[in-house]
Write a protein that binds this ligand. Structure first.
Ligand code: SF4
Ligand code: SF4
Length: 332
């Protein structure tokens, strides 16, 4: 049942909807441990379809430019991924498939076209195939990404996660993207605490002190500053790099000392972002409890419920250095 007044009270207008179709993966990335998962009984298509339609029909999207991200771990592991994309695309919603590209083949290529998918979001950590494949943990994933770029001109958005492994080549990657007419967009992110780990309540920023991850963290701060300053110059003339100058400058401070980065703004993720997890939980972010589960309740009822205000209040005081704070919802 629609509870319009409560939705209004909860002040939710979504600009970010992420659907985690599965937490299983085929890669072995150095910055993520989702590949250790072997989850069964993941959320059924019908519940995701109902949620997408309800969000659309109840006008919960901030505008018709909002993109629904279909991701995972590896979204292409599911057979219904493109059916779900189609449900959103048929309502003129913008859609993105977040994938490593490793499972791409002729059948997937046809489904990309037939489903009306708007954007293929691919990671690219290096222009050197060996380095990208090393960081992603399997041979051939760089080559698949290049094949997708070639076969789907104008559809691909790349994300480069800055780490010790590529701080020397961020400008090279930016220049290459500028010169490649097939690539639509490029964004930069800073490496954050690896996914797929149970932090058991410990502050996530402490990940950089764990010996198994120190190889990922940039060591030479002079190099970080020089390369990011050069990247900003490229960015300011770019047609494709959407990461702002302010955000790139923020990365310099973050890499210098993630323990001291200044949080000017309270976390407002709960006002405009929602994630549907692989077993149906609806969350504002991974560090907070679910608001409800779409297997047992409609998404509008969930977003109308009293839990929303409770969780949002708690989020205002959060001091985690999380991927949303560092990369996705950086506040200007
Ligand atoms: S980063 Fe993504 S592609 Fe890599 S193991 Fe994790 S979920 Fe899979
Ligand atoms: S800052 Fe805290 S509440 Fe906000 S998204 Fe990150 S972990 Fe969640």
């Amino acid at each position: 049942m629609l509870q319009g007044a409560d939705i209004e009270k909860n002040k939710i207008k979504l600009s970010y909807i992420h659907v985690v179709l599965t937490v299983n993966c085929v890669l072995r990335c150095k910055m993520c441990f989702n590949w250790k998962n072997n989850e069964q009984n993941e959320i059924e298509s019908e519940h995701i379809k109902a949620a997408i339609i309800a969000l659309y029909e109840n006008n919960l999207l901030v505008n018709d430019m909002v993109t629904i991200n279909f991701g995972g771990a590896e979204a292409l592991l599911r057979k219904d991924t493109f059916d779900l994309i189609k449900v959103a695309a048929e309502r003129n919603l913008s859609t993105a498939l977040c994938t490593s590209g490793y499972l791409y083949n002729a059948e997937v290529s046809k489904k990309i076209i037939d489903s009306g998918l708007k954007c293929i979001a691919l990671p690219l950590d290096s222009s050197d195939p060996k380095k990208h494949n090393y960081l992603r943990g399997v041979d051939g994933v760089f080559e698949k990404a290049m094949q997708i770029i070639q076969e789907h001109p104008g559809k691909v958005a790349l994300t480069c996660t800055i780490s010790e492994y590529n701080i020397d080549e961020v400008c090279k990657i930016a220049e290459w993207v500028e010169s490649n007419d097939n690539i639509a967009h490029l964004g930069f992110q800073a490496i954050v605490s690896p996914l797929g780990i149970n932090w058991e309540g410990a502050p996530r920023r402490e990940w950089i002190n764990r010996s198994e991850f120190t190889h990922l963290w940039p060591k030479d701060m002079k190099k970080v500053k020089n390369n990011i300053d050069k990247l900003i110059k490229i960015r300011n003339k770019s047609r494709k790099i959407y990461t702002t100058e302010k955000h790139l400058n923020f990365f310099k401070g973050y890499f210098e000392d993630p323990f001291k980065i200044c949080r000017n703004a309270k976390c407002r993720v709960g006002d405009n972002a929602v994630t549907i997890m692989n077993k149906g939980d609806v969350v504002f972010c991974h560090d907070n409890e679910p608001l409800g589960n779409i297997r047992t309740e409609g998404i509008i009822d969930i977003l109308s419920g009293p839990k929303v205000a409770q969780v949002k209040r708690k989020m205002l005081d959060c001091t985690q250095v999380c991927e949303f704070f560092v990369n996705c919802f950086f506040e200007e």
